[in-house]
Design a protein around this ligand. Structure first.
Ligand code: KIV
Length: 283
């Protein structure tokens, strides 16, 4: 098993041109599989609202839910760098709130870092959390918590004016003290410029190849999320199909008497005659 990465290791990877690979997880088995596979990081994303809770967005996800899932993920992946995702409302109100909630991820769930969405407009929160000694990952471009303002889950920075705002966000995030940033849903040309401009690692989801690593949502990568597959997600397997097929086979086996078989049952240790006598006592 490989050693847990530190933020210094992640910075070294950027400088050596080695890409970091990470995935979201919300539960023990997926976290454990990610660690066994050798992922560099795991994000306990607020995407749990969509992937686990069946919501149509991330906005209703609460701090307590994120802490609960982060604790479970940490148990499943004790040797992996785990990032807790700050849900909507946990850092927007004021800097003190932001620090208090970020601290919870470290103290209650033993996370290594937190991630929050936004650039210029959350710079004071990033600074306050970093000043408290916590590793902050920024998240800019398509920010699902503000998808209402964006008119939906839409790619960002496709035109010069909006790309300028994203570059300003990237610079603000780094300046405020974030030690890494995630770019979501932007064109690769913009990704490459930002990755080459910032000293901190620049990761991408739906941001093309030219950055310091890639993250995917486990529900997309594993084919567990059936509502829709974003253009940028690659399905590496189709767990939904595999699981439905297994469930159907179980139903058929029970109906046909093929399950349970002899090997699936506990056998009596005393003689059958003794058991007959026992049953007779109650007849
Ligand atoms: O919550 C999440 O899953 C995310 C993804 C964009 C990686 O932030």
């Amino acid at each position: 098993m490989s050693k847990k990465k530190s933020i210094l290791d992640l910075h070294k990877m950027k400088n050596n041109g080695e890409k970091a690979k990470w995935v979201t997880a919300y539960d023990f088995p997926v976290a454990s599989f990610a660690e066994q596979a050798g992922m560099d990081m795991i994000l306990v994303g607020d995407s749990l609202g969509m992937i686990v809770q069946g919501l149509d967005g991330t906005v209703p996800v609460t701090m307590d839910q994120c802490i609960y899932h982060s604790q479970i993920v940490r148990r499943g992946a004790p040797n992996t760098f785990v990032i807790g995702d700050m849900p909507f409302g946990s850092y927007q109100v004021n800097d003190d709130d932001a620090v208090k909630n970020a601290v919870r991820f470290l103290k209650e769930a033993n996370c290594d870092a937190i991630k929050l969405e936004g650039g210029v407009r959350v710079a004071s929160k990033i600074k306050a959390i970093s000043d408290a000694g916590i590793i902050v990952f920024g998240h800019i471009g398509l920010t699902p918590q503000s998808s209402g303002q964006m008119g939906g889950f839409k790619a960002q920075g496709l035109h010069v004016d909006s790309a300028r705002d994203i570059i300003k966000d990237a610079l603000a995030v780094e300046e405020a003290g974030a030690l890494a940033v995630l770019l979501e849903g932007i064109p690769p040309e913009l990704t490459e410029f930002i990755a080459n401009t910032l000293a901190i690692p620049v990761y991408g989801i739906g941001a093309g190849a030219p950055c310091d690593g890639q993250v995917l949502v486990c529900g997309d990568l594993l084919g567990m999320f059936q509502n829709f597959t974003p253009k940028f997600a690659k399905k590496y397997t189709n767990l939904a199909e595999i699981v439905v097929t297994a469930f159907k086979e179980f139903i058929e086996d029970v109906d046909s008497g093929n399950f349970p078989e002899n090997k699936h049952v506990y056998h009596v240790k005393d003689s059958v005659e003794d058991f007959q006598k026992l049953f007779d006592e109650f007849r």
